[in-house]
Design a protein around this ligand. Sequence first.
Ligand SMILES: O=C(O)C(=O)C[C@H](O)[C@H](O)COP(=O)(O)O
Length: 212
Amino acid sequence: MTTPLTADAVLRAAPIIPTITIDHLEDAVPFARALVDGGLRVLEITLRTPAAMAAIAKIARDVPDAIVGAGTVLTPGHYAAVRDSGAVFAISPGSSPELLRANAAACPLIPGVATASELMQGMQAGFTHFKFFPAEASGGTSWLRAVQGPFAEARFCPTGGISAETAPNYLALSNVLTVGGSWMLPKDAIVARDWDRIRQLATQAAALHQKK
Ligand SMILES: O=C(O)C(=O)C[C@H](O)[C@H](O)COP(=O)(O)O
């Protein structure tokens, strides 16, 4: 078995992490290939559909350049299933004491936070890398700037309500390693299986990267 990537390496591997919901398992590989070909290799597959877990396993097997992880990891049970599915990382919109106790050695867990208290709980449990969710609704770049002082070691993947227009403002912050979002995945393109369009939108999203 290969050495697992750290949360830091996962979040530094691409400037933007698309948050992907897979309705049809047969879409998983062409969808992932389009994103990777466009320059977005870190993929968050949300556990919102019955196909999600099998989609992660298929992408892990068939798209070797992808760094595929699971999103919407809400419970230790989800985390354990994700770890066994071939996911390289697990990311959560929030954090519970039970989830923070998960042994994250084999598959880095990136818990979600939206308050200073949640950040303190996560850091006390040994985490330094977090999803900031829901980013726009929780204070956006102002929140991230405000926590730089008291929580200098914390690093973030802000997600939730971010667009192509606002992503560069987040990427300019020193405590932001990457930005998550679904703005480059329009529903009509997915339904039409227009993977060329997804690849073009991924290319545009990857170009937002400024200095990371
Ligand atoms: O399901 C999860 O684990 C989440 O954390 C939520 C997703 O990351 C956001 O829904 C993506 O945000 P949008 O770019 O606003 O679509």
